[in-house]
Design a protein around this ligand. Structure first.
Ligand code: CP
Length: 314
């Protein structure tokens, strides 16, 4: 496998896309495109991270992110370990910092963390010597998701610069939306967002997104429509009258798709509430690239693990 190595990736941690330059993002996207081929081989394993130890520390449910980080690490020959909060000593009252210090005492190279509190990956980075990867922290960022989304768009559109990306749904609670707004605008795309007024955070335009009051305005001539789940688990009191009303005003369906460019693609980070934020016919239709996003998740996470380990050099 030949990697283009004309860029020095000098980050120890991946806490958010905020910290990465367009050159860093470009490097990771190109690296991931090279790593993707490994998953198509009969023997899906390379020795790039042999001897490295990766710990998955997930305090919130996950299917795609947790498994794809583990698959990525194993395909690069790292030793991987998973800790679920529900079966750890956190249940006995141990703090996150104490947990991190105890994990660090076992000399892992990388800790991948998902946590409901924004900023917890940064806290770990300050208290351990391991490299930390943010696998989603509260409503803050989900950098590996945005990278795999950019990789998927790049594959289907051949470029990111000059594209129009429409993100529809619960923007307030979506770390995916925040990382995608940061990432796509850094790479020269324009991002519009729309959703119920109660789910559009004040100041989101400062990240670079244009806020649209109607879905029709947001998706007009869009190259990409990204539907997001309503995160009821992060709402103390309901912020929408009902899922049925949400679906009728903000659900992405054939009528919404017809307002976008004729070759617009449909994306969703998952998990999908079929028939709420996205019509099932579109989710499974020819314009959907949702499973490509999942496939690319493994390649992006291989690229991230490799890059923060200094390109695999010990
Ligand atoms: N997209 C995403 O983060 O999915 P999971 O919650 O299943 O990891």
């Amino acid at each position: 496998m030949q990697l283009e190595v004309d860029h020095k990736f000098s980050h120890k941690h991946i806490l958010g896309l905020d910290h990465l330059s367009p050159e860093d993002i470009n490097f990771l996207l190109r690296s991931a495109a090279s790593f993707k081929e490994i998953s198509t081989r009969q023997i899906k394993k390379v020795p790039a991270l042999r001897g490295r130890t990766v710990i998955n520390l997930f305090f919130e449910p996950s299917t795609r992110t947790r498994l794809s980080f583990e698959v990525a690490a194993k395909r690069m020959s790292a030793d991987t370990f998973n800790i679920a909060a529900s079966t750890s000593s956190l249940k006995k009252g141990e703090t996150l910092i104490d947990t991190a210090r105890n994990l660090a005492a076992m000399q892992p190279d990388i800790i991948i963390i998902r946590h409901s509190h924004s900023g917890s990956p940064g806290l770990l980075a300050r208290h351990t010597r391991a490299s930390i990867i943010n696998a989603g922290d509260g409503t803050h960022e989900h950098p590996s998701q945005a990278l795999l989304d950019m990789m998927t768009v790049l594959e289907h559109k051949g470029r990111l610069d000059g594209l129009k990306i429409a993100i529809i749904g619960d923007i307030t609670h979506s770390r995916v939306a925040h990382s995608n707004i940061i990432g796509f605008t850094k790479m020269g795309a324009s991002v519009t967002v729309s959703g119920p007024a109660t789910l559009l955070p004040v100041g989101i335009d400062q990240l670079g997104a244009r806020v649209c009051s109607s879905v029709a305005e947001a998706v007009e001539d869009a190259d990409v429509i990204m539907a997001l789940r309503i995160q009821l688990e992060r709402q103390q009191d309901p912020l929408i009258p009902s899922l049925r009303e949400y679906a009728s005003f903000f659900g992405v369906n054939q009528r919404v798709l017809s307002l976008a460019k004729p070759d617009a693609i449909i994306m969703h980070p998952g998990p999908i509430n079929h028939g709420v934020e996205l019509d099932p016919d579109l989710a499974d239709g020819p314009r959907s690239v949702i499973l490509d996003q999942v496939t690319n998740g493994v390649a992006i996470r291989m690229a991230l693990l490799y890059a923060i380990m200094g390109g695999g050099e010990g």
